[in-house]
Write a protein that binds this ligand. Structure first.
Ligand code: SF4
Length: 456
């Protein structure tokens, strides 16, 4: 598997794609800003959301049990899954009991995290993703590259090609309206014929046992309303204590995600329809471990709006697939090492630590601080390259010794002037996409000393 910088290098080879990926996500970030500036109480909303989540995480056991009891009282069957494998087995078991061999699935990053599609397909179940972006990446046999806009890395011409191959649209057609209509017709047939539907859960309300699913396409509703069995998969952190708290989160979510005042469909599910079965699977998959890490527990406040990705200069220019994790970007880089430190040790380093992610986060997660802390944990646990560690030790001793610092600066400037190849060569990744700067004749200190002595 390629690490983040190797995968990012592949992505940035296509300069046009990198440029429009960057611009498109920045456009979404600007839309978010415009929507946010219209809400004078925005900061108060963020603070409220952060505190509600803090309360929920601090009393998670009680709220989860309250939610379970209320959901059971509503006629819902509740299951608990310790990890992704158990979650997938439960879904399969429900499908077998129902006699369903086909299922429609709306957007759920949790099922991506559990690799549900691959598992079900291996078991002979036909799974169709019904979110348009998810369907595009499913047809392309790729994972989503963004948690809200799963195929943001694809050009409309590429989607046209895919649809021509799989849905029989006209060759060369790339008009978004035409392609969306083709997808609508294709998915309608799936909704009408599948007996089982799986949705994600955006918020699960402890006091009612109900849950809310937010989509812009209404695909979750189409699936859940037409199927004989509705399965809803949720991570344990999706719990909120009361229904009145939804007002806080629903106002924050859509504005942070896409700059919309509200998600087009915020559907509330409480109990199964007559003749329908409803199941909720509550999944841990590493979340309680993260909850037990004081420096990182706040990451479980995440409502998966994607705002930290849209603003991140590294994500915008390296693409979601370079993060080799279901959830990409800054928040994914905090969540992933918790699941597998060795595999994901590179991700907390894929950040400039500029703090823009923390500034836009609607639940006030200290994202860049956590990325910085993960680097320290990973270095202490021995998951950082020894060459990087040695390099940092040398840097630290140079910075700690003024004489050595001045000597190194002088030596470096001389080397850059006399033997520029010593630094600007293909072995030095820093210069792969950068121009060699003109070495200055003197250091800032030398310039300053000269200037000060002239003035006296
Ligand atoms: S960390 Fe914050 S900004 Fe990023 S996806 Fe989660 S809620 Fe949104």
């Amino acid at each position: 598997m390629m690490n983040h910088s190797q995968a990012a290098e592949e992505f940035t080879h296509d300069v046009d794609r990198t440029t429009w990926h960057d611009k498109t996500l920045w456009f979404v970030r600007e839309k978010r800003d415009k929507a946010v500036f219209q809400i004078p109480e925005w900061e108060a909303l963020r603070e409220a959301a952060s505190r509600i989540k803090h309360n929920a995480l601090s009393n998670l056991d009680e709220y989860l049990l309250e939610f379970e009891q209320n959901a059971i009282n509503n006629g819902v069957k509740v299951h608990w899954a310790a990890d992704g494998r158990e979650h997938n087995e439960i879904v399969l078991q429900i499908l077998r009991e129902t006699g369903a061999t086909q299922m429609v699935k709306s957007k759920s990053m949790l099922t991506e995290e559990c690799h549900l599609n691959e598992f079900l397909i291996e078991q002979g179940v036909d799974v169709v993703d019904t979110d348009l972006g998810e369907r595009v990446v499913q047809l392309a046999k790729e994972p989503p590259s963004h948690i809200v806009m799963p195929c943001i890395h694809k050009k409309k011409e590429e989607i046209g090609e895919l649809f021509h191959e799989h849905l029989g649209t006209e060759k060369g057609a790339s008009d978004p309206k035409y392609l969306a209509e083709a997808a609508r017709q294709h998915l309608r047939e799936k909704f009408l014929t599948r007996r089982a539907a799986l949705t994600g859960v955006n918020f699960a309300v402890a006091e009612t046992g109900g849950f809310v699913v937010c989509t812009n396409e209404g695909n979750a509703d189409m699936g859940a309303h037409l199927a004989d069995v509705h399965i809803a998969s949720m991570g344990i952190e999706k719990i909120i204590p009361k229904a009145q708290h939804l007002g806080v989160f629903l106002r924050l979510l859509a504005r942070s995600a896409t700059g919309q005042p509200v998600t087009t469909y915020s559907s509330h599910f409480h109990r199964p329809r007559a003749c329908q079965a409803m199941h909720i699977i509550i999944v841990d998959n590493g979340r309680t471990t993260q909850l037990g890490r004081p420096d990182f527990r706040n990451s479980l406040k995440c409502i998966r709006c994607g705002a930290c990705m849209n603003t991140c200069p590294v994500y915008r220019r390296s693409g979601g697939h370079s993060y080799h994790n279901a959830v990409a970007g800054p928040i994914g880089s905090i969540l992933a090492p918790n699941l597998d430190m060795r595999k994901n040790a590179d991700l907390p380093f894929a950040s400039t630590l500029c703090g823009s992610c923390s500034n836009v986060c609607p639940v006030k997660i200290d994202i860049h601080d956590q990325l910085y802390k993960w680097r320290q944990v990973l270095a202490a646990e021995g998951y950082v390259d020894s060459s990087k560690k040695q390099g940092m030790k040398v840097m630290a001793s140079v910075f700690a010794n003024p004489k050595l610092f001045r000597f190194s600066g002088k030596a470096g400037r001389t080397m850059m002037r006399l033997v520029p190849f010593s630094v600007s060569n293909p072995l030095n990744p820093w210069y792969k996409q950068r121009e060699m700067p003109e070495p200055p004749k003197e250091s800032f200190r030398e310039w300053y000393m000269k200037r000060s002595s002239k003035e006296q």
